[in-house]
Every structure is written in C-alpha cells, then in structure tokens.
Ligand binder design. Sequence first.
Ligand code: MN
Length: 482
Amino acid sequence: MSLIKGETGDWEVVLGLEVHAQVVSESKLFSGAPTAFGAEPNTQVSLVDAAMPGMLPVINARCVEQAVRTGLGLKAQINLRSVFDRKNYFYADLPAGYQISQYKDPIVGEGEIILDLKDGATRTVGIERLHLEQDAGKSLHDQHPSQTYVDLNRSGIALMEIVSKPDMRDAEEAAAYLTKLRSILRYLGTCDGNMEEGSMRCDVNVSVRKPGAPLGTRCEIKNVNSIRFVRQAIEYEARRQIEIIEGGGTIHQETRLYDAAKGETRSMRSKEDAHDYRYFPDPDLLPLVLQPDWVEKIKASLPELPDERKARYVKDFGLSIYDAGVLVAEKETAVFFEAVAKGRDAKQAANWVTGDFFAMLKRRGIGIEDSPISAAALGKLLDLIADGTISGRIAKDLFLAMDETGKDPAVLVEERGLKQVTDTGAIDAAVKAIIEANPDKVAQYREKPSLFGWFVGQVMKSTGGKANPKAVNEALKKQLDA
Ligand code: MN
C-alpha cells in the first residue's frame, strides 16, 4: 500500500473493481446464437437477442457451469438458488429495454483472490459476488456522418460480473488483482481474458480518505480495457479527488470515462443508484436451482490453479517463490516449463525458461504458442549440457542458433562442431601455447595469482569456447604452478 502526499498530509486510496468477463461458450446466455468474435455485424442474432415480441429466454446450461466453475476457482460460496432479474434502462443497443442480470440473489457469493505483489509478497482481496448477465449490443457512431448503426452480435452474450470488495489501496494492487483474476479465468477456461477484444472489461471504483477515516464518496470509471490504462486512470482520478477536497470542494458520486489519449478521466453521467433501474425478477425465468452433486462434479474436475501450482514448484522443485510465480502466471508457460523439466534438473530448466527463452520471445515479440523452439528441443539442449557434450557457455550460442534455424540442437552441434573438447592432450597443448606466448603475464601471475582468470579466458577463446572449463582449470594450474 502506498499513500499519496497532499497539501494537508497523506491520503489513502480505496479501490474496488468490477470486472465483466465474457463466458467461454459456443452460444449465448439465453439463446442458441453463436458468439464468435469479429463476425459480420448482425449475423449472430437470434429473435431472442433482438427482443422480438413473444420470444422467451432459455438458460444455457454451459454458461451456468462456467459461472460455477469460476466461483469454485475463486474459493467462493456457490448459491444453489439464484434469481434472474430485469435491470431496466433505455439504450439504442438494448432492444428489450432491460438487461437480464442477477441482483439480490447472485449465483456466486463471497470468495477471494490472492495477489502476487513485488518481492514475493502476497495479499488477499475479497470477492463480494459473481453474477451472470447478458451483454448489450454495440452502437457504431463512426460509420455514417449523421446516423448511428447498431450491431447486435454481442447482444445476449453471457457475462460474469465479478465484484471485488473495496480492499485494494493503490494502482499496483489493482493491476495485480486483474493479472491474477485473468490468470485464474484462463486456467479455468471460463474466459479468454482478452482485454483488447473486450472479453474482459474493468470498472474501477475510486475514493480517497485520510488513513483511518470513514470511506469517501466514490467515482466509478467505466470500461477500462487494459491493465496499463487501469493504473493510469487510478493515478489520475485519485489526484483529482484529493485536489478537489483540499480545495474545499466535495466529490459527487458519478460515472466517469478514462480518456487514454489525454490521460484523464471525465464525467459521463451522475451515478444512478440501484433503485433507478427498477430491478424485478424476470417473470420469463424460474429461479435457477442447482443440484449439490452437480456442483461437486464440477469441483472435482477443476484443474490445478496458479496458487497451488506455485506452491508445488517451490516444494517439489525447490524453485524460489519469485521464479515459481513467473512460471505459473500463464498456463501455457507452466505446461512448457514442466515439459522441459520432466526428468531433468528443474532449477536449471527454470533458469533457461525464465532467462534465455523468455528473452528470445521478447526479442521476437511473440507469445509462447509461436515459439520456434519447442519444449522438447530445449530439453535436448539441457541433456547435451548434462552429458558433457557441450559446455554451458556454448549452450548459449547453441540456443541462439536453434532460434535462428529452428534445427534440432544435436544436429547443430554436429554441423557446427560445437562439441566440448575434453581431450586433455588438446587442452594441454592450448594451455602451453598461451603460456609460451605471454611470458610477461606469467611473471605477473607469480606476484598476483588473481590473474589466473585471465589465462582461463584466453584458453577458452583460443578453443572457441569449446574446451571443458574444468579440464582447462586443471591443466592451467598444473602448468603455471610447475
Ligand atoms: Mn454489469
């Protein structure tokens, strides 16, 4: 937690996040229309999604299962009875005039998320609730000079609204929360977490107070679509509120927008309260009642989640908490690492994956799924080090060659003659040549034994890095101290 300095002393920022996560499902929450991203406008719209008179919603069991799975992954209370309500408001891209959501009786109650902060510290943030609701359509204002078009493809797609408790205290924690939530959702396979495509959108509630004081009035920043923007919006909004209060003003509860181009938030509308929406139970839908054994079955099918995986890496592989955290953050990375580590030195595997391998992905600007070096190939490289075929120093060059050519490491070792020289005759000869060529250094060495490293470097250089370092050390000691 970090406090913000104002003119009247320190201020504490209080943050609560509401995340709308699009459910991974072939069809919509109450209709059979498909949900693929990027389809032609209005091609994925059933009569239910277009709110034609007399159409009836039918709940999609898959979406319910995904919400329960997510609740279980967040160690949350699963409510066996929940209710769908109509949230009434008028908007051009909401043809029914209401959104089917859940209000007083959500499908998932209180849970928690453990944040991974810098230097291995953790912090627990409470989850208030998770409910299922429909997405609205999309208004397109930039297609025609004087008209707005409406695309209903998104209308009716299932969303999980995941509401945190106001437990976060700075932009860092909010970013850690979103990162971890996204990671859990992707492990569970319940949301793809793609913020650019809008499948995860974040509303940020920001208020400020003097430490220990009651909660201040909050403003809600709507639909922020990247973690970087969430950070920026929080920093800006907290300062804005502090300046107003210190200037003698008061904060009014309102909904604001973050303008990424200008780096500021600005007022959108005064915040409506829940009663403005005239919530009432949707008469077309019965309360949703789940069977306990069905929930149990989902629980039994949960994958190993990042926190558990991280603990296992520390316990079984002896990795540092930091390295373990880096490796489990994305499921794909964890799977890759385990394939490399299987039957090998796990610590060495972790060093290669988080070191040279990550650097290669970064250099190429690609994700692990597009890596030119497979886990099997990296594993083979480790085997070549382990059986003494190549030195650790040559392994670095070999890795770069694998990146360049996509070839098998053993093939490259043959082609490029990278085999480690362990033949003591050859090494002795190389050592002898260096000593004979540098009588002055040999004389200096007698006074200053730390020059030994210089000789090691010269021999390695003259052998193209291929000499076995241990053998070089031994041969040098023998000949220099003779
Ligand atoms: Mn919502």
